[in-house]
Design a protein around this ligand. Structure first.
Ligand SMILES: *[C@@H]1O[C@H](CO)[C@@H](O)[C@H](O)[C@H]1NC(C)=O
Ligand SMILES: *[C@@H]1O[C@H](CO)[C@@H](O)[C@H](O)[C@H]1NC(C)=O
Length: 372
């Protein structure tokens, strides 16, 4: 029985690989064939988060937080606007690539049964840890609903794998889970006190604790759904985004320090949270990726400009069909809020293999992948 399931599963994987044109079934390999890519380090990646990782989940939602129009995607294969909030690949795309998984992880919105075993992306622009976050932008899939969607995917996977509960459990344990959320709880909630109540009723430490309490329950839920190798991304230096620098007087400083300070209160509670999970939950390998650290250039990194690359609207997003800057490999931000592909590539490289001990603790993602 188990062998049959294994076979079925292999057929599925091969079918998926064939879709991406990486296995040629016709003819034997010969010297002119490209070298066979190394096997992936993990069988699957599941992605949770906001517009930093969204790869199309918002395309059919009624929201201003969508990115399925030019110039988004101008550097994506085929120059296509897929719903990614950048000119090319997201950090999740790059990490998936570094893990040796071929192609892209499909969004939940369009995923087919054949694609599920390689993973699903639930990321949704405007989404937060709190359900209310991003409400003013329109519809979005908040983290609670992303987890509900994951529960549906887990049962679909179980069915696909022949209702062999143990097989699916073992399978899900091997996957990498990326969770990159929290930015909108500050940008599109706490720091918009006219539109959301949180900024009027909580002090920054109270708000950070409220987020952590909720986030901790959500991450526990992910563990309960079978996840074991989980990378939790901290929130970046939101006060340094062109969006916030345009909204506030930075008093001559390069960034809006009160915003960075508030975010730090949240970030500082993530390493203890991760350590607690690793201590208390059997088999858990949670890790914290420090966005602040991985976005600090290393010596020798060519410097990136902090000016947004595309002309932007009042939401900080690219104006439809506007002309982006030509030097997209030299700018950190594509619009007022989202990194360019070149910045995403650097962030992914350091999440995957830490360049300083601060980048990822206790593990980087390559170490997470190696866990039994
Ligand atoms: C080797 O592969 C190339 C293209 O992949 C093909 O054109 C060629 O005919 C193959 N040669 C042999 C000897 O199979
Ligand atoms: C993240 O890294 C920075 C150094 O770049 C450090 O100052 C900060 O304390 C780190 N944050 C956490 C939560 O470890």
């Amino acid at each position: 029985m188990a062998n049959k399931l294994n076979l079925l599963f292999r057929v599925l994987v091969i079918a998926t690989l064939m879709q991406f044109g990486t296995i040629s079934v016709i003819g034997q390999p010969n010297v002119t064939d490209p070298p066979r890519p190394p096997p992936p380090k993990v069988p699957c990646t599941f992605v949770f988060g906001d517009s930093l990782v969204d790869d199309g989940n918002n395309n059919d939602l009624n929201t201003r937080a969508k990115f399925n129009y030019a110039p988004y995607g101008i550097d994506f294969p085929g120059r296509r606007a897929t719903g990614r909030a950048t000119n090319g690949r997201t950090i999740a795309d790059f990490i998936t690539q570094l893990l040796g998984l071929l192609g892209f992880i499909p969004p939940y919105a369009t995923v087919t049964d054949e694609q599920i075993p390689r993973g699903v992306n639930y990321g949704s622009g405007g989404a937060g840890i709190l359900d209310d976050t991003g409400r003013k932008l329109g519809d979005r899939i908040d983290l609670n609903h992303q987890l509900l969607r994951h529960a549906i995917i887990v049962s679909r996977l179980k069915r696909l794998q022949g209702n062999d509960k143990t097989f699916t459990e073992e399978y899900l344990k091997k996957c990498i889970y990326l969770v990159d959320i929290g930015s909108n709880d500050y940008i599109n909630n706490y720091f918009m006190p006219n539109d959301y109540i949180a900024g009027r009723i909580y002090t920054p430490p109270q708000f950070a604790s409220k987020l952590i309490e909720k986030y901790s329950q959500q991450l526990k839920k992910l563990y309960d759904l079978g996840a074991r190798k989980i990378a939790v991304f901290g929130v970046g230096l939101l006060g340094c985004t062109p969006f916030e620098r345009a909204r506030y007087d930075t008093k001559g400083a390069p960034c809006v320090e009160p915003i960075n300070n508030a975010v730090k209160l949240f970030n500082d509670q993530l390493p203890p949270l991760v350590d607690g999970f690793n201590r208390d939950y059997p088999g858990a390998s949670f890790t914290f990726i420090n966005m602040t650290s991985i976005s600090t250039p290393l010596e020798g990194d060519p410097p990136l400009s902090f000016d947004p690359c595309c002309p932007t609207n009042s939401d900080g997003l690219c104006i439809q069909d506007s002309m982006p800057c030509p030097n997209r490999d030299m700018t950190a931000f594509f619009d007022d809020l989202h990194p360019t592909q070149v910045a995403n590539g650097r962030l992914a490289a350091r999440s995957y293999k830490k360049a300083t001990p601060m980048d990822a603790r206790p593990f980087d993602i390559s170490q997470l992948a190696e866990k039994p």
